[in-house]
Every structure is written in structure tokens, then in C-alpha cells.
Design a protein around this ligand. Structure first.
Ligand SMILES: Nc1nc2c(ncn2[C@@H]2O[C@H](COP(=O)(O)OP(=O)(O)OP(=O)(O)O)[C@@H](O)[C@H]2O)c(=O)[nH]1
Length: 331
């Protein structure tokens, strides 16, 4: 999901062509013969100009901000959710004492609300001038067209994030899938190096899931898999990456400063899984095997190698639990 509180002028979104927004506001100032065309985001009690027209004489710059508390035209649009046209602000009782008029150059304002696809307000698109104005209805319609274009871009941004989430998330459990782990994990490896920490991988595998499927049906197996995901969500920190690699195999990737931390975490995960399973008749005999590995961020190592190592460590644990089965298989 998209964070609608992210400042778009400082954190450009890959789905948005900001040069198109810039061209739009430049055109606005030309077509309205105005001092300023701008697209403004409202977030965290603050207004921020995502783009501002580059014409000479524009008093507003990209990334300029002003607070909600200030009496501003954009604030009125956010409060009412409707467009606003003020032709001659110094001569209108309601506007003559507004800060941009009283202490600033603003004489005329035409603005419309821009809406996120979930219905909340993104901000405004506006034409601001240092002289009074008398725009015609087709000019107002033109601004509505520009507004619709920006609304459509925001819909695209939502869709992009939704598709990205779907591509990187395991549908059944809501944790990352293997692709998600690769994308998020690459950043964690960089972080480990930068902060002088170690990367830890814990590898978890459900015991005897096949038998559970055979005895109680595939749905019971699904519940068991989801229960392990839940146990991991309950025990891990927000910054840890939880991923389902496939089937009944999961990993947690985390930054840590001690190897011992991983043993403690795995033990906690096992206890939590057992606790959740003990609440269900079908899952009461379920268990997990785990293994882990840890490498300092300064030692270049691939995520795949770390996962393989943690998998081998898990395999040892599993083999120790049921040596007969694994020794027979090896022969
Ligand atoms: N219900 C369910 N079963 C799955 C899913 N994905 C994989 N499985 C089954 O989970 C089983 C996992 O196999 P293994 O890990 O090799 O075997 P296991 O029975 O868990 O035995 P050990 O790991 O040796 O303890 C297989 O029978 C798969 O068919 C799933 O999404 N849902």
C-alpha cells in the first residue's frame, strides 16, 4: 500500500513522470498568463509545492512549504473539498487579511482539489496571480482537465504499488515471497555494511506437513503454514524480513550484533508456534525444525549463500529429530 503521507517532492515515485507535471504547471502559467502554476500536496499539517511553474516572476518554488495554520486558499480547498476561485483577493472581505494577500503578492487564485484513489485529498492544482483575474469558463474547464490528468497519475501510482505488493508478497500468509526477500534483502545487506552489523538468517521448516495433509486434508496443511507465519509475525520486529520461500519453508532475515540472538529468536519462534498449535486439535502435534547462520556485513556474501547455509543448519536439526527417516533416505 502506498503511504499517502510521503512527501512527493522529496521522494519521487517511479510511476510518476514528474517532468510531465512540470510541463503541466508551466503550460498553466502560460495559458492563464499567471505568475504561478503549481501542484500542491497536503500532508502532515503542511502544504508542499510538488512542482511550481518555472516562468520568470514566479514567487513560489518547487518544494516550498507552508503550515496548515496559515490562512491560505489551498487550506480552504482541503476544508471544503471543492474548487475555489478568488478573482480579486485584496478587495474581498474574506481574503484581504489572508497571509499570502496581506503579507505576500497574491491577488487572484483558482484552485481545485486533487484526490487520492481512496477518496482522501492529495492536495490542490492551482493558478495563482499577482494581478486580479477574470478567467472564462473554458479556462476553468481546462484546469479541470489538468486536474483529471493528475488524478489519473495518482491512480496509476496506487495500481503500481498494488502490483508491486502482489508480486513481492505470498498471498496465503501475507509475508514476503522469495522475490520480496530478494528485493528487501538486498537493502538489508547494504545496511549491515553501513552500520557495521551482521546479517542473520533463520530458516524454519514445518515437520511432517505431508502427513498432516494426508490425514486432515490440504486445508489443515494451509492452516498450519499460516500459523507458522503468524508465529513469526508475533515474534519478529518490524524491520525484520519474514518470507515464505515456498511450501512449508520460511526465513527471517534480520540485522543483529550477536550470533546468540538468532538461537534465542528461533527458540522463541518455536515456542510461539507450539503455543498457537496447542490451541487447535488438528495442529496439536505439529512442530518445526530450524537452523540459522550469521555473517558480518563487511564480509561480502550473497543472500542465496546465506539462505543455503541456514537451510543446511535447519536440515541438521531436522535430521537429529528423526535420524531413522533421514538416514534411510540418504542410502
Ligand atoms: N497444505 C499445503 N501443503 C503444502 C503447500 N505447499 C507444499 N505443501 C506440502 O507440504 C509438504 C512438504 O514436504 P516436506 O517438507 O518435504 O515434508 P514434510 O512432510 O514436512 O516432512 P519433513 O519436512 O521431513 O518433516 C509436501 O507434501 C507438499 O505437498 C501448501 O501451500 N499447502
Amino acid at each position: 500500500m502506498i503511504d499517502t503521507q510521503t512527501c512527493l517532492s522529496r521522494h519521487l515515485h517511479p510511476s510518476i513522470d514528474i517532468s510531465k507535471w512540470q510541463r503541466t504547471v508551466d503550460l498553466m502559467s502560460q495559458l492563464f498568463d499567471s505568475a504561478c502554476g503549481t501542484i500542491v500536496q497536503f500532508r502532515q499539517q503542511e502544504f508542499n509545492a510538488v512542482v511550481a511553474s518555472l516562468n520568470e516572476g514566479n514567487f513560489l518554488q518547487r518544494d516550498s512549504s507552508w503550515p496548515w495554520e496559515m490562512k491560505s486558499f489551498c487550506r480552504t480547498i482541503i476544508e471544503t473539498g471543492e474548487g475555489l476561485y478568488v478573482r480579486d483577493a485584496p478587495n474581498e472581505d474574506k481574503w484581504k487579511d489572508a497571509d499570502p494577500v496581506k503579507d505576500g503578492p497574491v491577488r487572484s487564485y483558482l484552485g481545485m482539489p486533487i484526490t487520492w484513489p481512496d477518496g482522501t485529498l492529495f492536495g490542490t492544482i492551482c493558478v495563482i496571480d499577482t494581478k486580479s483575474s477574470d478567467y472564462q469558463s473554458n479556462q476553468i474547464e481546462l484546469l479541470e482537465q489538468f486536474r483529471d490528468m493528475i488524478d489519473a497519475d495518482l491512480r496509476m501510482m496506487f495500481a503500481y504499488e498494488e502490483i508491486k505488493t502482489l508480486a513481492l508478497t505470498d498471498e496465503m500468509t501475507g509475508v514476503s515471497n522469495r522475490r520480496g526477500l530478494k528485493v528487501l534483502g538486498a537493502q538489508r545487506i547494504k545496511d549491515a555494511k553501513r552500520f557495521g552489523l551482521s546479517i542473520g538468517i533463520a530458516y524454519l521448516d514445518i515437520d511432517n506437513l505431508k502427513a498432516l495433509n494426508d490425514e486432515h486434508g490440504h486445508q489443515a496443511g494451509d492452516v498450519c503454514i499460516s500459523t507458522l507465519a503468524q508465529a513469526m509475525k508475533n515474534c519478529c520486529r518490524e524491520n525484520d524480513i519474514i518470507a515464505r520461500l515456498g511450501g512449508d519453508e520460511f526465513v527471517v532475515m534480520l540485522l543483529t550484533d550477536t550470533h546468540d540472538h538468532l538461537q534465542v529468536l528461533c527458540q522463541r519462534l518455536e515456542n510461539e508456534f507450539n503455543r498457537l498449535c496447542s490451541e487447535s486439535d488438528i495442529l496439536s502435534d505439529s512442530g518445526i525444525s530450524y537452523g540459522y547462520c550469521c555473517r558480518h556485513g563487511n564480509h561480502p556474501i550473497s543472500l542465496d549463500t546465506l539462505i543455503e547455509e541456514a537451510d543446511r543448519s535447519m536440515y541438521k536439526h531436522k535430521k537429529a529429530k528423526k535420524p531413522e527417516q533421514y538416514d534411510t533416505e540418504a542410502q
